[in-house]
Design a protein around this ligand. Structure first.
Ligand SMILES: [Zn+2]
Ligand SMILES: [Zn+2]
Length: 249
């Protein structure tokens, strides 16, 4: 009964305040508890199996990649992480969703983001190999200005759904870095170098860490976090991001 009343109330609300897709602006049916319409959802470029597990690069039908050596793009590079899992490419509706969530401070959108992550089965596959979930931290002032850490909200949901321990106060950002996308290639590393600190190494020592961020752009921020974690004695670092931008350019 209550459900029926709620449905009518929602239908009425939809007449006066129609819910619209935040990407194409079409109306969304009230029965859909979402922020992107079904058409835009279908157009999201999810990353399928043919990508490198080490660097996330898209692989052609004849390209080879292995967990340890990687692919043609990353074979010669040294990484501090052990694997990388990304849900989608950073474009279209995903880009809009993350942009609104992060830069326009529309915190409620974390629900739409978490739904996209959980609808994908990739996380289920790797979560068994994880001991602790750690979000990429924001500098304290940035977190205060934004009101939340977007990566932390994703990490909290992973912790809630998969019952894995969460650590949000151990890995901290001690340098107020600027966005990597605003810098030239040569200045990006200096920007994140020595930007992170681990308060209590004993809490992560010997653990298999899932390091969570919303978008992987240059990859250097997560690399610096992974480096710090490995130096502290972490057993393995698995990167998890909602979206991956083409950071090789
Ligand atoms: Zn749409
Ligand atoms: Zn690769």
């Amino acid at each position: 009964m209550r459900r029926t009343i709620n449905s009518y109330a929602q239908a009425l609300l939809d007449i006066f305040y129609p819910r619209i897709c935040l990407y194409c602006r079409r109306n969304i049916n009230y029965s859909c508890d979402c922020y992107i319409c079904s058409k835009c959802k279908k157009d999201i470029s999810f990353i399928n199996e043919s990508h490198c597990i080490r660097c996330g690069a898209i692989l052609g039908p004849y390209s080879l990649s292995s967990d340890k050596e990687g692919c043609v793009f990353c074979r010669s590079q040294h990484f501090y992480h052990d694997s990388l899992t990304a849900i989608a490419h950073y474009n279209g509706a995903i880009k809009e969703l993350i942009h609104k969530y992060k830069y326009e401070k529309q915190r409620f959108l974390y629900k739409g983001i978490n739904d996209l992550i959980l609808a994908n089965k990739k996380l289920e596959k790797i979560i068994q190999e994880i001991d602790i979930v750690v979000p990429v931290p924001l500098y304290w002032r940035k977190k205060l200005q934004r009101g939340f850490n977007q990566s932390e909200l994703i990490a909290r949901e992973i912790h809630r759904i998969f019952l894995k321990p969460l650590s949000v106060k151990n890995l901290i950002r001690i340098k107020n870095t600027v966005s990597q996308t605003k810098l030239s290639k040569s200045k990006r590393y200096a920007n994140v170098r020595k930007a992170f600190f681990i308060k209590d190494p004993a809490l992560v020592e010997g653990k298999r860490v899932l390091l969570v961020d919303d978008v992987l752009t240059t990859g250097l921020t997560m690399q610096e976090c992974a480096k710090k974690l490995k130096e502290t004695g972490v057993k393995s670092v698995h990167l998890f991001v909602l979206a991956i931008a083409d950071y090789r350019s």
